[in-house]
Ligand binder design. Structure first.
Ligand SMILES: NC(=O)c1ccc[n+]([C@@H]2O[C@H](COP(=O)([O-])OP(=O)(O)OC[C@H]3O[C@@H](n4cnc5c(N)ncnc54)[C@H](OP(=O)(O)O)[C@@H]3O)[C@@H](O)[C@H]2O)c1
Length: 319
């Protein structure tokens, strides 16, 4: 079968022949409609992601996709066993969730991984405390962060603070109803001041962090500036690390308020938990309350797809 094939950690994928995945008894191969090129897909294929342990080369990249069953149904699927990723004409994967009627299959392929990352954290928090209150999204201008802002607004958050650098993306988030903070500040002092101003009105009950590194450190300092706060009950969730993989955490922040710092990702969230939220997230893409720009590339141009830097999520489709 034709597939995107990565031959080494530092190699870009090429479109080539690849063996068919073994089909377990009683099931059938699925036919690719579209597979999203998410950051985790690059991270696994290049050996940078913490889940890289199982990667053997050559491999087919791709962790999830929208595919067609033998009887023509469109399903969201994924968690294919390496080296048989989802960027191939045919795939075998352990779960199938029917996509809602009327949903754009390529929008689902582009949006489920980034969409689920925020949605799961938001719905977990809502189940824990009832209402979302004030939500702070760090890295709100990226695909996952933007969907987290849309999700927080759709789930009735009182106030959504969207923090990022790109001015046009921040403008769009303001248009959607968020309060914005520019992270394009000179030096840590500027970053901390901008964040402190944003959280001075109401301390966030929930922080979704797609950046970590110096941005997390500035946020910890901003949260800590209001001194002891017995009212605060903050859940800080680490989801991505595009600004840095490490961040120092001030001890007094943990003692001066009720703040819980956790992570959300492969290993800290089970596939079952993630998939339980999939139908609702797909329904939100179908009704437009979640939406993101995507760019489709055929398998034969997968090298170009891999090099794409525009502000949209790449989806690889069959030729
Ligand atoms: N744990 C999970 O389940 C999960 C799921 C999805 C994504 N993630 C992770 O979350 C992160 C974001 O993913 P994404 O899909 O949103 O990626 P994306 O669409 O590529 O967006 C990344 C955004 O991060 C911002 N950024 C990059 N470097 C930055 C820096 N040094 N300082 C401030 N902002 C910076 C950029 O915003 P500006 O252009 O505005 O600066 C960019 O738009 C990645 O690390 C990804 O692996 C985790």
């Amino acid at each position: 079968m034709r597939a995107a094939v990565v031959t080494a950690p530092d190699a870009s994928p090429v479109c080539a022949d690849f063996p068919e995945p073994a089909v377990p008894p009683g099931s059938e191969p699925l036919h690719l409609v579209g597979a999203g090129l998410h950051n985790v897909v690059r991270g696994l294929a290049t050996g940078r992601h913490y889940g890289r342990g199982r990667m053997r080369y050559p491999l087919v990249p791709g962790i999830d996709a929208v595919a067609r069953t033998g009887d023509g149904r469109l399903v969201y699927t994924g968690y294919a066993r390496p080296p048989f990723g989802t960027m191939a004409e045919r795939l075998v994967a352990p779960f199938q969730a029917e996509i809602p009627a009327g949903a754009d299959p390529l929008a689902i392929a582009a949006g489920m991984n980034p969409g689920l990352s925020g949605w799961m954290v938001l719905t977990t928090r809502r189940r824990e405390v009832g209402a979302l209150g004030t939500v702070l999204v760090l890295g709100a201008t990226g695909m996952s962060g933007t969907l987290a802002v849309q999700g927080a607004l759709a789930l009735g958050a009182e106030r959504v603070i969207a923090a990022g650098r790109d001015p046009e993306a921040l403008e769009r988030l303001r248009g959607a109803g968020a309060t914005t903070v520019s992270l394009a500040q000179d030096g840590p002092g500027g970053l901390e001041q901008a964040l402190a101003d944003a959280v001075s009105e109401t301390s966030p009950g929930l922080v979704l962090d797609y950046l970590w590194g110096p941005v997390a450190e500035a946020t910890f300092a901003a949260l800590g500036r209001s001194g002891e706060d017995t009212e605060a009950n903050t859940s800080y969730v680490q989801i991505g690390s595009l600004a840095g993989v490490e961040a120092s955490l001030p001890a007094d922040l943990l003692r001066s308020r009720r703040i819980r710092i956790t992570g959300s990702g492969a290993g800290s969230v089970s596939a079952e938990e993630m998939l339980a939220e999939a139908p609702e997230v797909m329904a939100r893409f179908a009704d437009g309350s979640l939406h993101l720009p995507y760019t489709a590339f055929p398998l034969s141009r997968v090298g170009e797809a891999w090099a794409h830097t525009g502000r949209s999520r790449v989806v690889v489709v069959p030729d």
